[in-house]
Design a protein around this ligand. Structure first.
Ligand code: PLP
Length: 395
């Protein structure tokens, strides 16, 4: 059989990141590669109790088809969380999605045609690149520094690409860099979105996991003219397995998202929504987020201390104030894959920087995750990684 694929399907079968995660799953390997939360903190007993209450009291509704916009109880939970993030809105502005990943995909379906310009941070979340590429996006990357996307570079990109439809950003504890956009730049970004009449897609999976610095307002809370679409998720503060996320936008847009979601999956898993709403009614999520934040901070400190102690001179890294990732830049290395190969020879896995760029990558970069590695494994893994970097730098 000769398969005739649509143009949305990648022509190549190479799944570089999938292959990395496969080798990183080998128990011999100390993996800093994935982006998984610490499973030991999942509230298994509390979820079991919540599921029991749902099935006892509301089982038939929870097992029935539901609304594409989401179960009312969960939408109320989402509104409460949004209020904590400074976004005061109502349920007409909110749609439950099957994880933020679906919100990204639906955004691609709604806004991207073949050749549509999408501005992204350089680097950015690699799976958003994959999604937007599958819809035919033309990427324009904007440089970042430790304060997030550079606004003069963004304005230049907007001037040079007047057909831009979307600016995709992860302003807080970004994946892959862990960097956070300053308040000044947030205000500027919203101003530029208005000036050039472009939509911003704000993706905020990590914002609640902060251990230092001040909370910063979301772009959505600064936006007065419906230029920002906001996406949140329970994946990093509760459970990624339940696949619960949300989109917040102008009700006119929510209507489009809901229609596109209907064609994608009718609605997000009702049982998962009921269980999450029940969990939030009976448990203090802030206590849980505090526990997650404390553990990730501990792991991050161990990782950063070891990186500063063992990595060769000249290697630099980001300094996250929260979230799950550290971004490392190795000078004089043309091919990031070499860093991955040398690390794997020593049974350590990282993700080389290349797939995080829409176009040309910055060589000698890689991402490290600390949330999923037990404290007693981190220093030794970093030490072996340091040897790998030295080997590549010396060639
Ligand atoms: C920046 C970013 N956006 C979206 C997602 C997808 O998250 P979800 O589990 O909510 O689909 C991730 C997952 O790691 C992410 O890092």
């Amino acid at each position: 059989m000769t398969y005739k694929f649509s143009k949305h399907v990648p022509q190549s079968d190479v799944d570089a990141v999938g292959d990395i995660l496969k080798v990183a799953g080998d128990p011999k390997v100390t993996s800093f590669a994935g982006g998984l939360p610490a499973p030991e903190l999942f509230p298994v007993e509390e979820v079991k109790a919540a599921a029991n209450r749902v099935l006892t009291g509301n089982g038939r509704a929870a097992l029935q088809y539901g609304s594409s916009q989401g179960v009312p109880g969960l939408r109320q939970v989402i509104l409460n969380r949004l209020e904590i993030e400074g976004i005061k809105t109502d349920s007409d502005h909110v749609m439950v999605a099957t994880g933020s990943q679906q919100s990204i995909d639906l955004t691609g379906k709604i806004f991207i045609d073949e050749g549509t310009t999408v501005i992204v941070e350089d680097p950015t979340y690699l799976t958003a690149i994959d999604v937007f590429r599958s819809y035919g996006a033309h990427f324009v990357g904007v440089d970042m520094d430790e304060d997030g996307m550079k606004m003069d570079a963004l304005e230049e990109a907007l001037k040079n690409n007047p057909d831009t439809r979307l600016i995709y950003t992860v302003p807080t504890f970004q994946n892959p860099t862990g960097r956070t956009m300053t308040l000044e730049r947030r205000k500027k970004l919203v101003e530029l979105a208005g000036k050039y009449d472009v939509l911003v897609l704000e993706d905020n999976p990590y914002g609640a996991i902060r251990w230092s610095g001040n909370n910063l307002p979301s772009l959505k809370s600064l936006d007065k003219n419906n230029h920002v679409i906001y996406m949140g998720t329970l994946s990093k503060i509760f459970s990624p397995g339940l696949r619960l996320g949300w989109v917040v936008a102008d009700p006119k847009l929510i209507k489009k998202y809901t229609m596109m979601k209907q064609s994608a999956d009718l609605h997000t898993d009702s049982l998962a929504q009921y269980i999450a709403a029940e969990y939030f009614a009976e448990n203090d999520i802030e206590d849980h987020v505090t526990a997650i934040t404390a553990l990730y901070h501990k792991r991050e400190q161990i990782m950063v201390d070891a990186v500063d102690k063992y990595f060769p001179a000249g290697v630099t890294h980001s300094n996250p104030e929260g979230g799950m990732f550290l971004w490392v830049m190795v000078p004089g290395v043309a091919d990031s894959q070499k860093l991955f190969d040398a690390a794997l020879k020593r049974n350590v896995a990282i993700v080389p920087g290349d797939p995080f760029f829409g176009n040309e990558s910055i060589p000698g970069t890689f991402r490290m995750n600390y949330s999923n590695t037990p404290e007693d494994k981190i220093e030794d893994g970093v030490k072996r990684l340091a040897e790998a970097i030295e080997e590549v730098m010396s060639k």
